[in-house]
Design a binder for this molecule. Structure first.
Ligand code: ADP
Ligand code: MG
Length: 225
């Protein structure tokens, strides 16, 4: 369980090459900000093949996530992620709430401080698996999995190749972005968009787009210190 307190030296994002509690809090703060900035774009994507609430769902959800983190400040990376996941499950009505919520909870339960790059990659993979299980979705179904799975693979390969943290996040962000773009020609097989059948073709999946955003926030935060 990732809830045990770690022994960090300060408020920095990295401590002896490992990702700190402050890093994970900053990641969620950055996600909340970027979701707000991209709210209309996410909603427009969902208007095309869904019910036009994806931007609003995530904006409300991540705003609540920050409130919960402020109300009970976490002392370990796992606590940050489990708290975020629990809030998303409770506060977001759409499909994306339980899916992202399960992903963050699974990540939180998988991270064990000190969170090395390999530990992060393994936890991220646990998050993706949680989405695939709950959503019964696989790559190619035109969902968030199409952005998350390539990002996870990129993180694992970066660990194998001994790539530094920041560059690993950049590779993951690029893979997620390409994965999201690759959903455009796909026909949706899961979620609301699947009701449209062939008419879902030609539009980027909103959840894949928000997943790419969430992964990109790792780059922003790791570039800061
Ligand atoms: P809702 O579809 O309930 O309105 P949102 O609009 O917030 O919820 O989220 C829609 C996104 O959720 C989709 O674009 C897709 O990426 C993702 N999604 C929906 N159903 C599934 C599923 N079964 N498995 C994986 N992802 C899914
Ligand atoms: Mg929707």
């Amino acid at each position: 369980m990732g809830g045990s307190p770690d022994h960090e030296t300060g408020g920095g994002f990295m401590d002896l090459g490992t990702l700190t509690t402050a890093f994970f809090v900053a990641w969620l703060e950055e996600i909340a900000e970027q979701v707000r900035v991209h709210r209309e774009r996410l909603t427009a994507l969902d208007a095309a093949i869904g019910d036009a609430d994806h931007g609003a769902n995530l904006d409300r959800g991540f705003t609540e996530v920050l409130k919960a983190l402020a109300d009970s400040p976490p002392t370990a990376p796992g606590q940050v992620l489990v708290s975020a996941g629990t809030t998303l499950i409770r506060r977001v009505g759409g499909a994306s709430g339980p899916l992202y919520g399960s992903a963050f909870r699974a990540m939180g339960n998988a991270v064990e401080p000190p969170v090395t790059q390999a530990g992060f990659a393994a936890a991220f993979e646990a998050g993706v698996v949680a989405v695939e299980r709950l959503g019964k979705a696989a790559p190619g179904d035109k969902t968030m999995v199409d952005a998350l799975a390539p990002a996870s693979l990129a993180l694992a390969l970066a660990v194998r190749d001994g790539v530094g943290v920041r560059e690993a996040f950049e590779l993951a962000a690029r893979a997620a972005e390409e994965g999201a773009r690759a959903t455009i020609p796909m026909q949706a097989r899961k979620g609301r968009a699947s009701y449209l059948g062939e008419r879902s073709i030609g539009h980027e999946d909103p959840g894949a787009a928000s997943s790419a955003l969430i992964v990109a926030c790792l780059v922003t935060v790791s570039s800061r210190r």
